[in-house]
Design a protein around this ligand. Structure first.
Ligand code: C5P
Length: 199
């Protein structure tokens, strides 16, 4: 059968989710938003390692997982090696699923799937990422200012880059995709081209 893994990493709100969903739809691959796993662990409360070990599908469907608070809680539990270890197998199994897989996160190309056929590291300027996330939150009735969103993203990225366990960084063989000046369509087209070249 066809097994093909696309690893998409990068800082918060750089466009990973949008690109991953579009690429998965284009090639008919499955998509796993791995940030949702850490958000669900953070939101569960109690002992984070136990929460990660006992994570269930219903935990991923809580309504409040996309908030800024859930993002901060996620990045705190994500620094714990026991939490990360408990989530590795599930992600690797998804990556090798029949029919192809796109996983987006922080450590997919470096730790979860170092053998992925395609690795992208998606970035954008801090200001552009804050603007996009602010627009997204404002559309949902969010009350944070753009400056608050920027401070929130920077704090989370700093924690994700500076932690010991699986820090946010590009794999040596990742293709860098800076979306600051790109439309969504242009960014998706570049990702699709990179994948076609490896098929
Ligand atoms: O991608 P998202 O913003 O939803 O991720 C929330 C948090 O989960 C990140 O800030 C990061 O701390 C953590 N995370 C991680 N490894 C991943 C995906 C997310 O550490 N593969």
């Amino acid at each position: 059968g066809m097994r093909f893994t696309v690893a998409i990493d990068g800082p918060a709100a750089a466009g990973k989710g949008t690109i991953s969903r579009a690429v998965a739809a284009h090639f008919g691959f499955g998509h796993l938003d791995t940030g949702l796993l850490y958000r669900a662990v953070g939101a569960k409360g109690g002992d984070p390692a136990a929460a990660a070990a006992g994570l269930e599908p219903a935990d991923l469907e809580r309504g409040d997982l996309r908030s800024a608070e859930a993002g901060q809680a996620a990045s705190r539990v994500a620094a714990l090696p026991e939490v990360r270890a408990a989530l590795v197998e599930f992600q690797r199994r998804f990556a090798r699923r029949e029919g192809g897989a796109v996983l987006d996160g922080r450590d997919i190309g470096t730790v979860i799937c170092p053998e992925a056929e395609v690795k992208l590291f998606v970035t954008a300027s801090d200001e552009e990422r804050a603007r996009r996330r602010w627009l997204e939150l404002a559309a949902k009735g969010g009350v944070q200012s753009e400056a608050e969103v920027l401070a929130d993203l920077r704090e989370r990225d700093r924690r994700d880059r500076e932690r010991e366990a699986a820090p946010l960084r590009p794999a040596p063989d990742a293709l860098l995709l800076d979306t600051t000046e790109l439309t969504i369509d242009a960014a998706v087209a570049k990702a699709i081209k990179a994948i076609e070249l490896r098929q």
